[in-house]
Design a protein around this ligand. Structure first.
Ligand SMILES: [Fe+2]
Length: 610
């Protein structure tokens, strides 16, 4: 009989649930996929139910449930922070207390009541231990150094640790509030006009257009002690305020902001010398570049301490900071480590998986190294609902929806094709893509984490700038300064990146790589202005259907690579149901929608001849 452990994260952002049997992950999904609220922080009831259903068990068969942090410990630190500021912000203080007292403190009570299980089965682990467990137990390593960095957990903002598959995770040192790299990055993200705790990827993208003009100030702001710790000059910040107001007016005297149009005038489709941003927007890019460089320096310094203290040439990295693909690349290329691992969701959503692994470790059940494709652990789209839904829609329904939406050819009603043969499906879709189509692609269980990895993706020809611009303006409404990502087969990776590239951190778009000069035109639409891209290198073992599509596209274009962006609307989570996919297709300028073996197309509806 198997041991079942559930891990949960909730109440800050990216609530999620994960379930494993005998140390192996079975299912994991974020609550946002069901609630349709991006970064949903609510208790993950839907995600939890999905996990139980996937495991095919009832709650009484669960051996342990582990929450990803310790609420009472965290609450104590919230009180301490408010004590330091009272009587300022009495409203936010009382709101915070209400939320804690009404819900956040009572995780055990709620779970035991909702699931009707013994409260002794419910446990807690520390926030950064969840991050560390998520990174280490999901890695291929038997032993590794571990570095976690984020905004703040209970009171820690970072952890340096050592992981052993047999002996567990040993804390080496911690970084505590308010000396937080994640909070500084969030504060500056708000200062640049993006949404804190969500728009950090925009800050990172903006940084590549700027020069680190403000390094002297950032060197003062964040001071490394040479022993793997750093101090933040908090006179410029108030981290007890709402995230939008983390920065104080004093910051503007140094940096000339706050900024509200950062990114305007920059385009990833143009070379760096052809950018047309205003002086103010260039200054914003310089602020971002300074912050980014300082961030990289701090992470590298801390990683060097982990290398020394843990004594391992492997590194596992997690916490929200590990979403920073440019900083991750610097660690990989630093020469400090032979191999670096970052899970597909190193943030708080991934904390649910970490809590699950921590639960198994407490029970003495060793987590085996994960197998290929294991991150495709989310819900499937019900393909059986596609055909009945399609047949009940009239031509006028499609035309009316398209005219009210963003469809280039709104008068063309789509047709539906059923492919019994996967090769034939790949052939049809690859021709459409080579002809300039934008494809909504759904295949198998959803990927865990915020990045689309070929299970819920929108795809197009990476050499076709015109198509990519249509994708930006009529499908994704994406700011031009943010580059798209690229999926490429493992067989063609060396063609793009050279034979000596390092493949670690390329499985789930965790890093950037420079594209060989001769190949840049072939992937121009998925290339950043600096000649890099954020690749997903796809193997047949990881995702056979997606790999098959990429391979079929190679037969048309000469390269097994596609521009890959997430299948969602602006500000929405990845699509989760047949109905959501169909409605998205009806309103947006997708030319083809493929859900498993069903294809709905606005192109010539006939299947190609073999
Ligand atoms: Fe975190």
């Amino acid at each position: 009989m198997s041991n079942y452990v559930i891990g949960l994260s909730a109440y800050f952002h990216d609530s999620a649930a994960a379930i494993g049997a005998d140390g192996r992950l079975i299912a994991a999904v974020a609550e946002e996929r069901f609630s349709r609220i991006k970064h949903d922080s609510a208790f993950p009831t839907n995600a939890l139910n999905h996990c139980l259903a996937e495991a095919g068990i009832t709650p009484d068969e669960v051996d342990r449930i582990v929450f990803y942090e310790r609420p009472h410990y965290k609450f104590l630190h919230v009180i301490k922070r408010h004590m330091a500021h009272y009587p300022f912000r009495p409203l936010s203080f009382s709101r915070s207390i209400m939320h804690w007292m009404s819900e956040k403190l009572w995780v055990r009570t709620r779970l035991s009541r909702d699931l009707d299980i013994d409260p002794r089965k419910i446990g807690f682990t520390e926030h950064h231990h969840s991050h560390a467990a998520c990174a280490f137990y999901a890695s291929p390593f038997d032993e590794a150094g571990i570095l976690t960095l984020d905004g703040v957990g209970e009171n820690n903002c970072g952890l340096l640790a050592k992981g052993s598959r047999t002996e567990g995770i040993e804390t080496l040192q911690t970084q505590t509030f308010p000396d937080s790299l994640g909070l500084i990055y969030a504060a500056l993200t708000g200062y640049l006009g993006f949404e804190p705790n969500s728009g950090e990827c925009s800050t990172m993208a903006l940084a590549s257009y700027g020069e680190p003009e403000f390094m002297e100030f950032f060197d003062h702001l964040i001071q490394l002690d040479g022993n793997g710790q750093f101090r933040v000059d908090t006179s410029y910040f108030d981290f007890t305020a709402d995230a939008d107001h983390f920065y104080k007016p004093q910051l503007s005297e140094k940096l000339g902001g706050p900024f509200r149009n950062a990114g305007v005038g920059f385009s990833s489709f143009k070379p760096i010398e052809d950018q047309t941003a205003s002086d103010d927007n260039r200054k914003a890019a310089n602020v971002a570049a300074s912050l980014q460089r300082k961030t990289e320096e701090v992470i590298e310094a801390l990683a060097a301490t982990v290398r020394e203290k843990a004594g391992s040439s492997n590194l596992c990295l997690a916490g929200g900071i590990a979403f920073n693909a440019v900083a991750n690349s610097r660690i990989r290329d630093s020469g400090l480590f032979t191999d670096v691992f970052i899970p597909p969701d190193p943030g708080d959503g991934g904390g649910a998986i970490g809590a699950m692994y921590a639960g198994f470790a407490d029970m003495g059940v060793p987590a085996p190294a994960p197998t290929a494709g294991q991150i495709y652990a989310g819900p499937r789209v019900s393909v059986s609902r596609m055909q009945p839904l399609f047949s009940n829609l009239e031509k006028e329904d499609w035309i009316s929806a398209a005219k009210g939406g963003h469809v280039s050819q709104p008068n063309t009603a789509p047709s539906l094709l059923v492919f019994e043969d996967t090769t034939e499906k790949h052939r049809y879709l690859s021709k459409a893509l080579a002809d300039g189509a934008i494809l909504g692609w759904v295949s198998g269980p959803a990927e865990f984490g915020p990045r689309a990895l070929g299970a819920r993706s929108i795809l197009c020809d990476p050499s076709n700038i015109e198509t990519a611009e249509r994708l930006s303006t009529k499908v994704k409404f994406r700011a031009a300064f943010r580059p798209y990502a690229l999926s490429v087969t493992e067989e063609d990776a060396a063609t793009l990146f050279g034979t000596s590239f390092r493949p670690d951190l390329t499985r789930w778009m965790q890093s950037t790589l420079s594209v060989e000069g001769t190949q840049r035109e072939a992937v121009r639409a998925a290339l950043h202005s600096d000649g890099t891209t954020r690749p997903q290198i796809v193997s047949k073992d990881d995702h056979a259907d997606f790999h098959g599509l990429l391979t079929a596209f190679k037969a048309r274009s000469g390269l097994g690579a596609l521009l890959n962006t997430s299948f969602n609307g602006a500000g929405e989570p990845l699509i989760n149901t047949a109905e959501e996919a169909m409605v998205f297709f009806a309103r947006m300028d997708l030319d083809v929608l493929c859900v498993e073996n069903i294809v709905i197309t606005r192109l010539n509806g006939s299947k190609p001849k073999p």
